[in-house]
Write a protein that binds this ligand. Sequence first.
Ligand code: LCS
Length: 393
Amino acid sequence: MNTKNLGFNSKLIHGGDFEDALGSATVPIYQTSTFAFKNADHGAACFAGESDGFIYTRIGNPTIGALESQIADLESGFGGIAVSSGMAAVTTIYMGILGQGAHIVSSAAVYGPSRVVMEQHFSRFGVESTYVNSENIEEVRNAIRPNTKLIFIETPANPTMGITDIEAVCKIAKEHGILVAVDNTFCSPYLQKPLDLGADIVFHSMTKFLNGHADIVAGIIVAKEETIYKKLRTMMINMGCNMDPHQAYMVIRGLKTLGIRIDRAQENAIKVANFLENHPKIEWVKYPGLTSHPQFELAKKQMNGPGCMISFELKGGVEAGKILQNNVHLAILAVSLGGVETLIQHPASMTHSKMDKDSREKAGITDGLVRFAVGIENVEDIIADLDQALSKI
Ligand code: LCS
């Protein structure tokens, strides 16, 4: 079925370039590592790229391919590269685009390991990095060097909820012939389409909203153009960070409800953010749907909704935050986000603990910051849970 002209939610159900020979209504799991060739010439033609046949699951697999084509279409890209985790997406992009002597400019506030892997490991191979507050476009411009090959941004940023102007960054990058990669994990293509705003590469931890059920770890990269797609696909194949067919099946299944899951969680998040902002024990709340967010207007312009992630700090900082974490009952005290369940975590001691304190502080990740991922439960229950836990402080 040609799904090109369907709406977003219809594409979630019917998208993906896959037609089953036996008419299966859902994409089956091709749980195989290898594929039989029709004969020796066919095998050679597959390896030479002269035939479309499947060869070996690390190189390609029908279940994984269905997911890749579906997400590439949702992100308006040329092609998708499914990988074993969000971090596999990050390292595949770094490996594919950067080389010895290359330089990367990145948002300072990114998922901790995206920065740690660059500063502690890629630096050993001669890759230089500069971390800037990408909410300030001049800081991005000023960090560019003659050897800058990639601008890497995450927006909204994990966990500060800072917003980077994707279009403005891409404009600067184009002037210098630099590629832009955007981590779209916090939004999904339902809320934000970086390739339409000028980015070259978009990627996700599909562990989060795209799968949506907190039961697998997975990642995907989508490139806007064929040359970058081919380069990154080859890197994924050679590094061996491919996805497993069962993982792909789980994401295809979870993806069908992406729109209604986000609609519901976002509706809840707006109410939770308002509750927190008006609570006397809260010092500050950062949520793109609140007019108090410093980039409220930018968020409205580049996102289709404020999303489901909130960061806040309590009066009483770290200690008060601990009491809150220890007293919630409905919200699960756990890292990750984007599932149907509400989660709470403390970035400075959990997701961002491997970043040094100085870098954390410069990135706006204060020791007292608490991150709240809003799920699809009844919002009255989420708020009542927070209210009773706050009363313990
Ligand atoms: N990018 C972002 C924005 C993320 O939040 C994460 C994981 C990753 C990349 C890496 O993805 P993974 O390899 O885990 O699939 N974020 C997590 C978090 O905030 N809590 O636990 C994991």
